[in-house]
Design a protein around this ligand. Structure first.
Ligand code: ATP
Ligand code: LTN
Length: 326
């Protein structure tokens, strides 16, 4: 059973990406069955500066290695396996414009301004469906914001199977029960995002202790002065409690028990410590790896080989049933 997921190299990953998705990457399987893709073609939709873009891609790869993901998984870069775009084109002939127009991520990222949004933002979910279906992936660990895209991948797989031949398996999203959506620190009604223009809204996985301290201390709370897990009335405090419970690997109930009757400053100080406990060892490893080009090249070479082999086999089948000269 194949597990597959993708992260865009659109900035340094945040604790939202880490706690919501990456921590959920399956360590209990083999390189053949765990595929994690750095989706640089998707990130191109935000028009990054080319030099910075390449650096961010390398940085994400180094972070994956620092997290030990390469030990049990195949890590590869989307643009190095051309079959992703090949399958995406075929799926584009099956998707309906109306289906893409209903995608909330497209609506958010285009600011409801169709005239100026690039077409890549619009067809983004089709390329994502291609990523998934190319490997017959069945389990997709992601955050809550990706559920609608995975539903579309299922729809396209079914449509293809019915029209041509039963080739694709239907993927299922795997959500982290507690951390499926981590919210912005300064606007707790919004999702935490690595490409948010305001760095105070997120904790990056590479933030130092001083920066984490500043960001958590200035995070938005409320004037109630009581620590409750109440997303509707206390979204800021609830978000901090979620992050704490994930860092400490305890339940929300245990977290509330620990903080009840305490001041907000006590929660924030403990949270800073809990976050640093997780990030410090990751950063130590990251800084050892980022300058070790040899390790990075080797992981990429191995990853591309495994992914390409699988992708070629799948595309041959697809092209055949579609009636394309290959
Ligand atoms: P961008 O800001 O460029 O859109 P992002 O921070 O939203 O990026 P992605 O690369 O799009 O991150 O997503 C990587 C993975 O992290 C996906 O599985 C996504 O669902 C998950 N994810 C992103 N943000 C959060 C969040 N705030 N809470 C939980 N999971 C998240
Ligand atoms: N769209 C996702 C990134 C992504 C992805 C994928 C996730 C691209 N392809 C395949 C899971 C499976 C995002 O914006 N987070």
């Amino acid at each position: 059973m194949i597990t597959f997921s993708g992260v865009q190299p659109s900035g340094i990953i945040t604790i939202g990406n880490y706690l919501g998705a990456i921590q959920n990457f399956n360590p209990n399987s083999s390189k053949e069955n765990n595929l994690y893709c750095i989706v640089n073609l998707h990130a191109l939709t935000s028009n990054p500066d080319p030099l910075l873009f390449k650096e961010q891609t390398k940085s994400l790869l180094a972070l994956y290695i620092a997290l030990g993901i390469d030990q049990h998984s195949t890590i590869f870069i989307q643009s190095q396996v051309k079959e992703h775009t090949e399958l995406a084109w075929i799926l584009q002939t099956l998707v309906k414009m109306g289906e893409l127009e209903r995608m909330t991520q497209y609506k958010d990222k285009s600011n409801n301004n169709k005239e100026n949004a690039n077409a890549g933002l619009f067809t983004y979910p089709v390329l994502m469906a291609a990523d998934i279906l190319l490997y017959n992936s069945e389990t997709i660990p992601v955050g809550q914001d990706q559920l609608q895209h995975i539903e579309l991948a299922r729809t396209l797989a079914t449509r293809f199977n019915n029209k041509y031949q039963e080739i694709f398996k239907l993927p299922v999203a795997k959500l982290n029960k507690k951390g499926a959506k981590i919210y912005s620190l300064n606007d707790p009604l919004k999702k935490m995002s690595k490409s948010d223009p305001n760095p105070k809204s997120y904790i990056s996985i590479l933030d130092d202790l001083k920066t984490i301290t500043k960001k958590i201390k200035s995070s938005t709370t409320d004037s109630l002065g009581e620590i409750n897990y109440d997303i509707e009335n206390q979204p800021g405090i609830s978000n901090l409690l979620t992050i704490y419970s994930l860092c400490k690997n305890i339940t929300i109930d245990q977290t509330i028990e620990f903080f009840k009757d305490q001041k907000y400053s006590f929660l924030k100080e403990n949270l800073i410590e809990a976050i640093w406990q997780i990030l410090e060892p990751i950063q130590d490893k990251y800084y050892q790896i980022i300058d070790n080009q040899k390790i990075i090249d080797q992981v990429l070479k191995d990853g591309q080989k495994i992914a390409k082999q699988k992708a070629e086999i799948q595309m041959k089948k697809v092209n055949k049933v579609v009636g394309l000269y290959d």
